[in-house]
Design a protein around this ligand. Sequence first.
Ligand code: IDP
Length: 138
Amino acid sequence: MSNRTFTMIKPDAMKNGHAGAILDKIIKAGFRIVALKQTKLTAETAGAFYAVHKERPFYGELVEFMSSGVIIAAILEKDNAVSDFRTLIGATDPAKADEGTIRKLYAASVGENAVHGSDSDDNAKIEGSFFFSGLEQY
Ligand code: IDP
């Protein structure tokens, strides 16, 4: 079990002014920020990040949405990081997310759902290194 996960604050939450509140919630939940930056994905880089979903019907919509505005990307550290972070953000569809979760509080739909959280330790490593070199992780 690794102690790191990777997150993005997605374009909807950035545009709606929720980035500060989301970061506050993440830090108060006990995650340490290992690396963090604001950046913008192109259709090409968003497509590469989500390549695992290439065959899903929502892939085109997802790529368009994720490249529609700036995001914040971050690597987070905590015991049991991947699983605890998935609990903190809630279900993919905010309508099904538990009360108090980030997606319940700040997301509007299953597509535009405010935050990303890695779903495994292996993916946390792959996704973190998609955005950050080793020298950017403290
Ligand atoms: P996750 O982000 O909760 O792990 P995944 O099933 O891995 O959920 O899907 C990745 C992302 O694709 C979701 O966070 C969401 O932005 C988008 N997505 C998932 N299902 C749908 C859908 O049915 N319609 C549109 N977008 C979707």
